[in-house]
Design a binder for this molecule. Structure first.
Ligand code: XLS
Ligand code: CA
Ligand code: CA
Length: 436
């Protein structure tokens, strides 16, 4: 069988003293952390779009990355070769999950019927490759943002014909996700947003988006797809105002339109940053609302205000993210999907391995540090102490709704000035650094 990564063997765990670049220094899939293997905690997935379809093109120049598997002139041959290369990559890297957009794996044809036939052909091969290699689809999704027909949005397009096209495409993508036994399906609002209110009816667009989601839920139930639906927040890019700005916005949208029980969130690290939040904030916001679903693991650049989709390397961030994940019981249907791409000048095929190895090691370290923090109860004890007043008389009466403004005023007059307590942030940051 043809190989696309001939000089690369299966990547092994060798420990932190290994000098071999193509080895894991920290990710040891079978190592038990808090009663579960690292592999089960982290559930790493490779994304198809950046890893196999990325060319390194940017607004200033064309692609720089040339791959053997993408060399065939017939787009269907190219799609098949890319799929074989992808599964070779997954196996050599040692991940068990992958994610794709419909248009990543199979090219569009001249009409939807033919496009769907192409997709079916590739999906049949993918299904076999999944079972041959013990792989699972973490989630599937639709690309309803690249084709020029979607320039004004998909579900929020001013044209109902474009809405219909998007719905048809999503219908098929959910069906193929089911066919592949996908554990989830992601809605990222590609161009669901706007540039100016001079030409936009925001209220109507949001109603339409909700209608699209409702139809998707109905179709999911109709065909018996049991995977989890996710919404992926992002504040900007490509549109100036993306409707799914952040976790809080998505949750408000889901509640307004009575969709809250049908969706969880897929939190991407760099989308959190672009929204002016930390990655951990978005995870915590999702978790406290019962919506912590899956994670797109990447990072932005502190100096750049756009979606750089770099591989995660910051141990502080991976620690805090895994701390929140562990605190809320871990990932169930979701996983850690590397929605990250090589820099434009990282053109070797080995760079793909180095990038993923780095991301997996960064999360393995984050997991182990977070587990130690949890086991030692470092912050939990301090937080419990900080809120201890709420477990006593006054706090309990307020929490259980037994007080009103009159009663609280009486209490304050009788008891006088409250004692203030320090938040000890600097001390806590120092403790955290002793663990990292
Ligand atoms: C783009 C998004 C996208 C989603 C899937 O910024 O991250 O890649 O994850 O459509
Ligand atoms: Ca993403
Ligand atoms: Ca992104």
């Amino acid at each position: 069988m043809k190989t696309y990564f001939p000089n690369i063997e299966k990547i092994k765990y060798e420990g932190k003293d290994s000098k071999k670049p193509l080895s894991f220094k920290f990710y040891n899939p079978d190592e038990i952390v808090m009663g579960k293997t690292m592999a089960d905690h982290l559930r790493f997935a490779v994304c198809y779009w950046h890893t196999f379809k990325g060319t390194g093109s940017d607004p200033f120049g064309p692609g720089t990355i040339v791959r053997d598997f993408a060399s065939a002139s017939d787009p269907m041959v190219q799609a098949e070769e890319t799929l074989y290369a992808a599964f070779e990559f997954f196996t050599k890297l040692g991940v068990k999950f992958w994610c794709f957009h419909d248009r990543d794996i199979a090219p569009e044809a001249d009409n939807l019927t033919e496009t769907n036939a192409r997709l079916d052909k590739i999906v049949a091969i993918a299904k076999k490759l999944q079972s041959d290699n013990g792989m699972q689809l973490l989630w599937g999704t639709t690309n309803a943002f690249s084709n020029p027909r979607f320039m004004n949005g998909a579900g929020t397009n001013p044209s109902p014909e474009v809405f219909a096209y998007a719905a048809s495409q999503i219908k098929k993508a959910i069906e193929v996700t089911k066919e592949l036994g996908g554990l989830g399906y992601v809605f990222w609002g590609g161009r669901e947003g706007y540039e100016t209110l001079l030409n936009t009816n925001m209220g109507r667009e949001l109603d339409h988006l909700a209608m699209l989601m409702k139809m998707a839920v109905d179709h999911k139930n109709k065909i018996g797809f049991t995977g989890q639906f996710y919404i992926e927040p992002k504040p900007k890019e490509p549109t100036k105002h993306q409707y799914d700005f952040d976790a809080g916005n998505c949750l408000a949208f889901l509640r307004k339109y009575d969709l809250i029980n049908d969706f969880k969130l897929n939190i991407e690290a760099n989308h959190a940053t672009l929204a002016g939040h930390t990655f951990q904030h978005e995870l915590e916001m999702s978790a406290i609302n019962g919506a912590l679903g899956s994670i797109d693991a990447n990072r932005g650049d502190e100096m750049l205000g756009w979606d750089t989709d770099q591989f995660p390397t910051n141990i502080y961030d991976t620690t805090m993210a895994m701390y929140t994940v562990l605190k809320h019981g871990g990932l169930t249907t979701g996983g850690l999907n590397f929605d990250a791409k090589l820099r434009r000048a990282s053109t070797d095929i080995t760079d793909l391995f180095h990038a993923h190895i780095g991301g997996m090691d960064a999360f393995a370290r984050g997991l182990k540090i977070a587990a130690k923090l949890q086991e030692d109860g470092v912050f939990e004890n301090i937080i419990t102490q900080r809120y201890a007043g709420w477990d006593k008389d006054l706090g309990q009466k307020i929490e259980t709704g037994k007080m009103d403004f009159d009663a609280l005023e009486k209490f304050t007059i009788e008891n006088g000035e409250p004692i203030v307590q320090s938040g000890h942030q600097e001390m806590l940051e120092n403790i955290l650094n002793t663990y990292i």
